[in-house]
Design a protein around this ligand. Structure first.
Ligand SMILES: NC(=O)c1ccc[n+]([C@@H]2O[C@H](COP(=O)([O-])OP(=O)(O)OC[C@H]3O[C@@H](n4cnc5c(N)ncnc54)[C@H](O)[C@@H]3O)[C@@H](O)[C@H]2O)c1
Length: 355
């Protein structure tokens, strides 16, 4: 069991990681008279009994939302706000997000804006949320179908990443999170990548001790970058390795074909291929990433030249970019990435549509 100390902007709090970490929650909840647990329908069915038992001596309210990205909306945030208002919640109350990244993001956003901020605790239940979404204080929801269009930075008072919760995830959801673990290692920490290579079989079968170490190291990496760049203008962008491609892949496949981590896995491979072609990265590192993703059964290619063309078109016409130039996070060594500006996307599309 590990305890990491997060120090982000003015906030300091503990991130508890491991199996059987939940008992600490009872100590943290002592001062609160009103406790609201926000979760989704799947998690309520699979995991709530145990949490309920743990908190039997506390007066908790439970608000269950529909599961899934399509419910990461203002309407769900509003449901939380209305519940707190109708039940006389105030700034001495606490809100707990008990769920994956969706519940984490909307619960945190509601906690941030209700009465200008009420205490908030995160209990992430997916691997993706434990290594990524619950770390760094980004909260929000989708708006007019645009992902994370509204939101704010808001830090919790504690995070409890119970690894046993990950055992009820489907293989696909579990691997979705593994893609982010691999991204962290490949982009930022060569030793961690080598360690992952040595422990891949144990990770595949969700050995809890090995998983705990992988989560701890991923969180350490993200925390170090967030501490240097809390508002995401500088080094934190290194963690976007694979994401420009990933977002385009999700968009051109209508968010139906690939989960986010799967799209990022493919995106990392495209970024590697480009880096190799530009002479930035040795091919052997590209092969090691490919081997790792393939061993776990994560996708590594779109395998469809029409979709590849659409992906580049999306990147080319995405409104966030100026002219036809793009900034990409490209790998330059194992555990090292570089922000490369001025990449001519039209040339890229022409050169790489068939790689
Ligand atoms: N705030 C951030 O910094 C940040 C970072 C990365 C991603 N995100 C956001 O996170 C979201 C994706 O998170 P996610 O992948 O956790 O998705 P999710 O919250 O939708 O969870 C995925 C599915 O798994 C189910 N589930 C959750 N825990 C479970 C468990 N232990 N056992 C069985 N089923 C379980 C959920 O009900 C859901 O159906 C996206 O909205 C993304 O924008 C935020």
């Amino acid at each position: 069991m590990y305890r990491l100390n997060a120090a982000i902007a003015d906030s300091k709090y503990a991130i508890h990681i491991g199996s059987d970490v939940m008992h600490e929650l009872k100590i943290i909840l002592q001062p609160y008279k009103k406790i609201l647990i926000v979760t989704d329908r799947n998690i309520q069915k699979k995991l709530f009994v145990e949490l309920n038992q743990l908190l039997q001596n506390f007066a908790c309210d439970l608000l269950v939302l529909e599961a899934g990205e399509e419910h990461k909306t203002w309407s769900s945030v509003n449901q939380i706000l209305e519940f707190m208002h109708n039940n006389s919640y105030d700034r001495k109350s606490v809100l707990i997000s008990f769920g994956g990244g969706v519940i984490g993001d909307i619960g945190g956003f509601a906690a941030a804006i209700y009465m200008r901020g009420v205490p908030w605790i995160q209990i992430p239940t997916t691997l993706l949320a434990q290594v990524d979404a619950a770390i760094g204080g980004k909260t929000g929801c989708n708006f007019y179908r645009i992902k994370n269009l509204i939101g704010c930075f808001y830090q919790p008072c504690a995070v409890f990443s119970e690894t046993k919760y990950l055992l009820t995830l489907t293989d696909r959801e579990y691997l979705n999170g593994m893609a982010e673990v691999i991204k962290c290692a490949f982009a930022c920490d060569s030793e961690f990548f080598v360690w992952l290579e040595a422990n891949l079989q144990l990770l595949k079968i969700r050995d809890l001790d090995t998983l705990e170490r992988a989560i701890v190291q991923s969180c350490r990496i993200k925390l170090a970058l967030v501490a240097k760049d809390p508002l995401d203008f500088g080094v934190r962008r290194h963690l976007n390795f694979g994401h420009t491609f990933g977002h385009a892949i999700e968009a051109v496949t209508n968010f139906r074909e690939y989960l986010h981590g799967e799209a990022v896995a493919i995106g990392m491979m495209y970024a590697c291929r480009i880096a190799v072609k530009m002479g930035l990265l040795a091919r052997t590192f590209e092969s090691r990433l490919y081997d790792m993703l393939s061993f776990l059964g994560l996708p590594t290619d779109l395998n469809d030249s029409t979709k590849v063309g659409l992906m580049y078109d999306y990147m080319l016409y995405d409104k966030k970019k100026h002219a036809d130039e793009l900034t990409l996070i490209l790998p330059c060594a194992l555990g090292e990435v570089r922000v490369v500006d001025g990449i001519k996307l039209k040339e890229l599309k022409h050169d790489y549509v068939c790689i």
